[in-house]
Design a protein around this ligand. Sequence first.
Ligand SMILES: [Zn+2]
Length: 318
Amino acid sequence: MAQFKNKLILLFSFCSMFFIAQNKLNTNNQSDHANTVQNPKSKNVASANTQSVYLSSIRHDTCLNKKFSIVVYVFENYSMTIASSSLNVINNTYIPQKINYLNNLFKRICVSFEHCRTVVIPNWEYEKWKNATVDDVVYANFSTENTINLYLVSTTNYSKCQLDYSYKPDEPSSANPKNMVVSILDAPPGADLAHAFGHFFGLDHTHAEINGTPASPPPPIQSSGLAINSNEFVDGSNCALYGDGLCDTEADPYPANTSYNRNHVMCDYNGGVKDGKGDFYTPPLDNFMSFYTCRCRFTQQQYNKMAETIITKRMYLH
Ligand SMILES: [Zn+2]
């Protein structure tokens, strides 16, 4: 009961902040010039939808006090066995490593994870995650309702991302969400796992394009043949409406020239690609939701967006 009450209070607080953020915008549209100068990327927020208003208005982390249960699935190997010693390592090393990593990553918004149990799936063919059909079949036959289902596989030839992946709350539909995350069993937890949970809590890729209408001017055609997907400008002037819709993730030209120096301490971009206005990109090479390999963080607005998604779309999970 106390927990339920806490959630109600939390939800009320969250809604209040949202309401205050909206009101502030409605009354201060004309007088926010100072903010605009200090933070050029916020200047288009006034014309954005209410979600963008909320995301950019909250400058601190929202504490959700929410714990998610994770049911882990592993697969028998080709000899139709899984040695007890292997299961021991999985349960006592690999899974705790992943859970600890996630708990550290999400403690900023007071979200934590708990390993409930491990299910061994008796079908060795699924151990190598081959295609989208495997994804559908395994989820349909081996999943637990209202929990996060984490499938640990030895390899995958199918991923919506690079390695680990998941589905956003409305995929394939809001009425029938797929509460699943696929991750490499023995990979040290890191950016790939963070990326997958970013999607699970509603984040898009930094190079995504959420707007159905091209920006003006649109990204230039690339001689490489690889088009720039995002229509977000480098100067941030349309950041709330284009790209991933977040204003503290830099415009990302992926998959156009992705040349950058991975070994340099700054992991600097040297792709030399320009946006529709002729400005050179400085992509978010360090962002978990990018496809670059210097990934180490979420931004403030990404945490805000995940907090909002959890409150509005993931609270049914135990
Ligand atoms: Zn992805």
